[in-house]
Design a protein around this ligand. Structure first.
Ligand code: FAD
Length: 324
């Protein structure tokens, strides 16, 4: 009986979501009185791998292969499933990131495991059953799912569980599973970044704007605020539909679901389809000139005012604060 956790990295550095899942896996392992093994795929140096011990992994399996330098969904899923079999893991934990959303169901199918994706809390362990609270209906509700199959896959939403440092260290072992050739029919040759800025799904802070901005020519102040905060920019659906902003920035039920620490919504009404993709944010700040805008109902902080007056003042105040 053990817990396996897949740790995702970008160019050899683990993401915060990787430390979250290791901490989460350790908390589950403690409830089951067992240990955590992490599996990492691709080029990561041994110090970075061993440091996963500080978050609760007692062992790290490192899969380093030319064929797996870039993320390949099918092949990575096969490797994680092979690692689960190798370690006789009963529970596999994956972060519910963009890649994790593709991996978790594939890993569950390969292991004939029960799956709970979008987990938001530590599960209850009751004998062989895990009770997992997870988001449902595109984030509009929560469901408690009971996983009763002998093997279980849990995909944890980013930002839903805190990083816990344990002070431990992990032993790192090379792991070389067979990779089915069928898994490598689509291979990424190269990745060309469209921007050096922080990407939306990984952002800790998101500055998002809607139709209240009137037109694409007014996005300069949104970008300036985002730059001052080190944030990613996002938008509502009608904004990207109108071509004011790229579709990659569209958040909501039919766009990207985000769960940053801080989501600032400017000139967005707060329609249920928009909220579906942003309501998991830790803190929501709303700037809207209409005091009855539905977004205020879910806001932690609200500013009733004209975005064209409020945003430049906010940016100036943040720059002044950072300057000091
Ligand atoms: P509006 O509803 O026009 O709101 C503009 C807001 O700006 C208003 O609240 C107004 O008071 C405020 N405002 C105006 N001027 C100013 C000013 N100067 N300063 C401050 N505030 C100002 N939407 C999404 O965003 N994401 C989705 O994924 C999504 N999926 C959908 C799926 C379906 C099936 C459907 C039917 C709809 C979907 N929608 C989605 C659309 C959604 O229902 C709303 O129409 C949309 O979110 C509204 O966008 P908005 O808030 O930018 O615009």
């Amino acid at each position: 009986m053990s817990v396996l956790v897949y740790t995702e990295h970008t160019e050899g550095k683990f993401k915060k979501s990787a430390y979250e899942v290791v901490s989460y896996a350790k908390a589950i392992a403690d409830l089951m009185s067992t240990t955590v093994t992490a599996v990492s795929i691709g080029n990561v140096d041994s110090a970075e791998l061993a440091a996963l011990g500080n978050y609760g992994a007692s062992r790290v399996l490192h899969v380093s292969s030319e064929q797996l330098t870039q993320f390949v969904n099918q092949a990575y899923a096969s490797v994680i499933a092979a690692a689960a079999e190798h370690t006789q893991a009963d529970v596999v934990v994956i972060s519910n990131t963009f890649s994790g959303k593709g991996l978790a169901p594939r890993v569950a199918a390969k292991l004939d495991a029960a799956l709970a994706d979008g987990a938001v809390e530590l599960p209850e362990v009751d004998g062989n059953t895990l009770k997992v609270k997870k988001t449902a209906f595109s984030g509009k509700a929560f469901a408690v799912t009971e996983l009763t199959a002998p093997k279980k896959v849990v995909a944890l939403n980013p930002n839903a569980f805190e990083v816990r440092e344990t002070g431990g260290s992990a032993e790192v072992d090379a792991f070389t599973p067979d990779i089915p050739t069928d898994d490598l029919q689509v291979v990424i040759q190269d990745i060309v970044r469209a921007t050096d800025k922080v990407t939306l799904p990984d952002a800790e802070i998101v500055v998002s704007a809607g139709r209240g901005l009137k037109g694409p020519e007014n996005w300069g102040m949104i970008e300036e605020l985002a730059d001052a905060l080190g944030a990613a920019t996002a938008c509502s659906k009608p904004v990207s539909d109108a071509g004011w902003r790229p579709h990659s920035e569209h958040v909501g039920q039919t766009g990207i679901a985000v769960s940053p620490n801080l989501y600032i919504a400017i000139g967005i009404s707060g329609a249920i389809q928009h909220l579906a993709g942003v309501s998991a944010s830790k803190t929501i700040v709303v700037i809207n000139k209409d005091p009855d805008a539905p977004f205020f109902k879910v806001a932690d902080y609200g500013i009733v005012g004209d975005a064209f007056e409020v945003v430049p003042k906010l940016t100036a105040a943040i720059k002044a604060y950072k300057g000091n």
